[in-house]
Design a protein around this ligand. Structure first.
Ligand code: AMP
Length: 421
């Protein structure tokens, strides 16, 4: 037996309706905000993700990089934003409209240590709005994420917001942080030692106990913001207040990737027993990514939610609906001739939008009944020798146990009207 690859999972037929549910809920919110779906490839050229400025662990240690048979260096996408920005530039989406608003739903790949809520292949749903910079837009993007969470009915969540300011602010802050952390160098974790050189802001993200103790008194970005950056952030918060978004400013929030600037945010679950991987999603503004990938100096903002984590939260809060694709009719037959008829009856039912199924072999009555029970069919249609001869069907309501012998047309009418129920 060959098993699935470590860190991946199967969505079995009995579970897939949950995925449809979440995708549908996401699309409903997207359509209200007039975001259009974009589908970009799961593999991109290596350089899309491995840029000089991107030193994050994810890109350095966790990407699936490989050579194809023509020796092209490719990467399975670890996130979707960079691929969308590549598509934005390649297709010159900015020519048609000053602001491109897109959403996506799809898999990503990261070579991480698998654990609850952390996989090597996982799904994200998210948005990108590329082309302009506006505090109103930042507030709108956070509001979309907030609305989605509310649309799912998830209540035990919190929205954390911070700003990383513009390049000047980040450089000032970086210097202050390095000055503060350097005397503690020997006590930092090995990851943080490395980050001190490459991207000291990421140290604020550390979960290491020793690091946390040191970070406690670290300088805060808020005190190193340029006047413009501070003003921009205040404006974002004002628009969020106007939009009735409940949030907290978390001055230590930085995000995993290096391309963020100004507004960053995360939405986390506060559900008891949820586990350590409680960040449902997050995002932020990026000001240099489009240019870095060879495009115009356009800015963007976006977010991504982890679909598995959303599903887990919905499960814990018992907010997932039942599988609503129960079967309307199971058609039961008795021999070769009635199976042939049952096959055409099922076709006719589907023409009338009635879901139907049957057993495709000649099986005992009892086993067909069992199958109809498993499939939770609302009605049974029996095609026996008599029915075949008289061009009739026996229709039975599985709840009331009432049954009638009628023409197929009459049966369709009754099913449509929900009679016999
Ligand atoms: P990121 O792109 O790292 O900011 O991640 C955005 C969201 O995707 C996170 O908040 C998680 O919900 C989800 N996510 C990230 N990495 C993983 C993973 N390895 N497995 C499952 N979900 C993930």
């Amino acid at each position: 037996m060959i098993n699935k690859v470590k860190g991946t999972y199967d969505v079995l037929p009995s579970e897939s309706y949950k995925w449809h549910f979440i995708e549908r809920k996401f699309q409903e919110v997207m359509s209200l905000y007039h975001f259009k779906e974009i589908r970009t490839p799961n593999m991109e050229h290596f350089e899309v993700f491995h840029r000089d400025s991107e030193m994050s662990d994810m890109v350095q240690k966790e990407t699936y990089d490989f050579l194809d048979r023509s020796n092209r260096k490719l990467t399975l996408r670890p996130e979707v934003t960079a691929g969308i920005v590549r598509a934005y530039i390649e297709n010159k989406l900015y020519v048609a409209e000053p602001l491109t608003k897109v959403y996506y739903f799809g898999p990503n790949y990261r070579y991480e240590r698998p654990q609850t809520g952390r996989y090597r292949e996982f799904y994200q749903c998210g948005v990108e709005a590329i082309g302009i910079k506006s505090a109103v837009l930042d507030a709108e993007i956070i509001k979309v994420a907030y609305d989605f969470i509310n649309h799912l009915n998830l209540k035990q969540v919190s929205v954390n917001i911070n700003t990383l300011g513009d390049l000047e602010s980040r450089n000032n802050y970086r210097a202050a942080l390095i000055a503060y952390l350097t005397p503690f160098y020997d006590d930092l974790s090995s990851d943080s030692k490395r980050r001190l050189k490459e991207n000291p802001l990421r140290i604020l993200d550390s979960k290491d106990k020793g690091d946390l103790e040191i970070i406690k008194n670290a300088p805060l970005i808020i005190n190193h913001l340029s006047t413009d950056s501070k003003k921009y952030f205040d404006e974002v918060l004002k628009h969020l207040d106007n939009a009735n978004v409940k949030y907290q400013v978390n001055e230590k929030l930085v995000r995993g990737l290096d391309y963020y600037s100004h507004t960053v945010f995360e939405i986390e679950a506060n559900i008891k027993g949820f586990g350590a991987q409680n960040v449902l999603g997050g995002g932020g503004r990026y000001d240099a990514l489009v240019k870095e990938l060879g495009g115009p100096a356009h800015e963007g903002i976006g977010f991504a939610f982890g679909v598995e984590r959303l599903l887990y939260a919905l499960e814990m809060e018992e907010l997932l609906p039942k599988d609503d694709n129960d079967l309307d009719v199971f058609v039961i037959h008795f021999d070769k001739k009635t199976l042939e008829k049952a096959f055409t009856v099922a076709q006719t039912l589907r023409k009338y939008n009635i879901t139907s199924s049957l057993n495709y072999e000649i099986k005992s009555f009892k086993s067909q009944l069992k199958e109809s029970l498993r499939k939770n069919a609302s009605y049974l249609i029996f095609i026996g020798e008599e029915e075949l001869k008289n061009n009739l069907v026996t229709l039975k309501d599985t709840k009331t146990e009432q049954q009638v012998i009628i023409t197929l047309e009459e049966a369709i009418n009754l099913i449509k009207k929900g009679l016999l129920k």
